[in-house]
Design a binder for this molecule. Structure first.
Ligand SMILES: C[S@@+](CC[C@H](N)C(=O)[O-])C[C@H]1O[C@@H](n2cnc3c(N)ncnc32)[C@H](O)[C@@H]1O
Length: 360
């Protein structure tokens, strides 16, 4: 019998990268499977070959380990030609066989067709939740999240994920409003990166009032703005001009120098880098800062104009990890193709102090 697929949401155009990554995870655990992905669909289906492999895959998957996926779940049923006058009954019939859920997400994809379903999904969420509750299918103690992914108003893929290892956000998208005074829209990328990649503990540690930060390739200052908003005193490195209002806060020192050679006199708490450069050059630069103990936290973009993006990302992150291991540094990292990222991903590295090693 064919296994029901695992569904991975991604940015349209990145299906092959997401598929390659999921395949690599399956391979690493010696689970045989294959991906089915259409360009620009905004999602990937991944099939394992038997029940035991599917169960094992479900048990090991964690969204925070997957760079190119924003959300995932294990599909249990695909309902096509849902009666438009009553979509709820057939969905409830399937749910009764699946599992009790802690919560429900009515989702759509981030593709052109998917976004057209956004209003419908929003409207459908409340009546479906109420119907599930009435049937006793929602329970706080459940560890599962129920997903109904609509591909059309009469076509839904239904399944579940472990609530702790998937996103509580619809489609895994953190929607943020651009702050009024931000010098650039790319400010949102760093805001999202901080919220998605850093735990609350890591954020508290990095953004104590009076802590210091460096922004490599800072102009006009969208990322610096986010650091200043979080209480940091920032050194901004860029030959280009910085936003005047941001400079007037007196929380920024602007150095018109080469970001590949500039180093701070004293170690800083946070380093950020958004330079449009070859990913391997950026990765080496980040490794240099972390290895040398010039910063404890580093958040950086890897720009990915090439074809085999997953391979490039794996090589670059591997390079930083290898260098830190050679230097006997203990570290934590996480990376994501964020909602506000385009042809790039965002990476977070943190050096662990000996005391903190067991806590992050
Ligand atoms: C994408 S922009 C940064 C945008 C910024 N994060 C923001 O939110 O406003 C990249 C910047 O990197 C700077 N840059 C590129 N190479 C550099 C180098 N070697 N040294 C200093 N700045 C550099 C460019 O001048 C450019 O302003």
């Amino acid at each position: 019998m064919q296994q029901t697929p695992f569904i991975f949401f991604c940015r349209p155009g990145f299906e092959s990268d997401c598929a390659a990554e999921v395949q690599a995870i399956a391979n690493a655990h010696e689970l045989a499977g294959y991906a089915n992905a259409q360009t620009d669909a905004g999602y990937v289906r991944f099939y394992l070959f038997d029940d035991a492999s599917s169960e094992a895959f479900f048990d090991l998957l964690d969204l925070s380990d997957i760079i190119f996926a924003r959300q995932w779940f294990w599909a249990k049923a695909e309902l096509e030609e849902l009666p438009l006058e009553d979509r709820i009954t057939p969905i409830l019939d399937v749910c009764a066989d699946v599992a009790m859920a802690k919560s429900l997400l009515v989702e759509h994809l981030d593709s052109d067709e998917g976004r057209e379903l956004s209003k419908f999904c929003k409207k459908f969420s409340t009546p479906l939740t109420i119907a599930l509750e009435k049937q006793g299918l929602v329970h706080d103690d459940s560890e599962f999240r129920l997903h109904t992914l609509f591909l059309a108003t009469d076509h839904c893929v239904l399944g579940y994920s472990p609530a702790e290892r998937s996103s509580e956000l619809k489609g895994g998208i953190l929607r943020l409003k651009a702050p009024k005074n931000a010098p650039s829209r790319s400010s949102l990328k760093l805001d999202e990166a901080i919220q998605v990649l850093m735990s609350n503990r890591q954020q508290r540690d990095a953004f104590r009032l009076g802590n210091t930060g460096v922004d490599l390739g800072a102009a006009p200052g969208g990322w610096t703005f986010q650091l200043v908003e979080r209480g940091l005193q920032v050194s901004a490195i860029d030959n280009g001009p910085m936003d005047k209002k941001l400079m007037a806060t007196e929380h920024v020192e602007h150095y018109q120098e080469n970001a590949f050679t500039w180093l701070p006199e004293k170690p800083v708490n946070v380093l950020v880098c958004d330079m449009v450069e070859k990913p391997s050059l950026v990765a080496n630069l980040m490794a240099e800062w972390l290895e040398g103990g010039h910063t404890q936290h580093a958040i950086f973009n890897l720009k990915l104009p090439m074809k085999k993006r997953f391979q490039e990302v794996a090589d670059c992150i591997g390079l930083v990890c290898d260098r830190l291991e050679d230097a006997e540094k203990s570290y934590f990292w996480q990376a994501k193709h964020l909602y506000h990222d385009r042809e790039e991903i965002t990476v977070y590295f943190r050096l662990k102090s000996k005391v903190a090693q067991n806590h992050s």
